[in-house]
Design a binder for this molecule. Structure first.
Ligand code: FES
Length: 151
């Protein structure tokens, strides 16, 4: 396993009790980008918490990811101001453009992962998306192809 040593260090630093599981998972996700089956299995052995219990925590909190993320993160705001400014159409158009089907949130080439977020804090620009650290406001569906082409 690629980050075995780093994960062992994190366990040594944080401790292995149940109360330490969330910070441990957060730090591991920071290193690996997501929580793989292999990592969860390893963690379970190391800290003595069952695999099902770790999955229980990892699936309960939306901050944890169980699949690899794309190179670029797209946050689509679905807050009130964006919602009333056609955020749904923006999301549908983005997903179409990226050929995401059903529950998929990451493109087949691992280039983009799309998330829905509650508010990006710039409601006057609604509807808004963020790609990595760049904000794109006052969007309409006709701009999406050009924006994605920059990446
Ligand atoms: S509601 Fe979309 S930025 Fe606030």
């Amino acid at each position: 396993m690629k980050n075995r040593l780093k994960i062992e260090e994190l366990i040594a630093k944080n401790g292995a009790g149940k109360g330490k599981l969330i910070p441990l998972l957060q730090e591991i996700q920071e290193i690996e980008g997501y929580l793989s089956k292999e990592t969860i299995r390893f963690l379970s052995q190391e800290i003595g918490i069952g695999i099902a219990d770790i999955y229980g925590v990892a699936t309960f909190y939306t901050m944890f990811r169980l699949k690899p993320q794309g190179k670029h993160t797209i946050r689509v705001c679905k807050g009130t101001a964006c919602h009333v400014s056609n955020a749904n159409m923006i999301m549908n158009s983005l997903r179409n453009e990226l050929q995401l089907v059903g529950e998929e949130d990451t493109t087949a080439d691992n280039k983009f992962t799309v998330f829905e977020v509650a508010c990006l804090g710039c409601c006057s620009l609604a509807p808004v998306i963020m790609i990595d650290k760049a904000t794109y406001g006052k969007l309409d569906v006709n701009k999406i192809t050009d924006i994605l082409a920059k990446y």
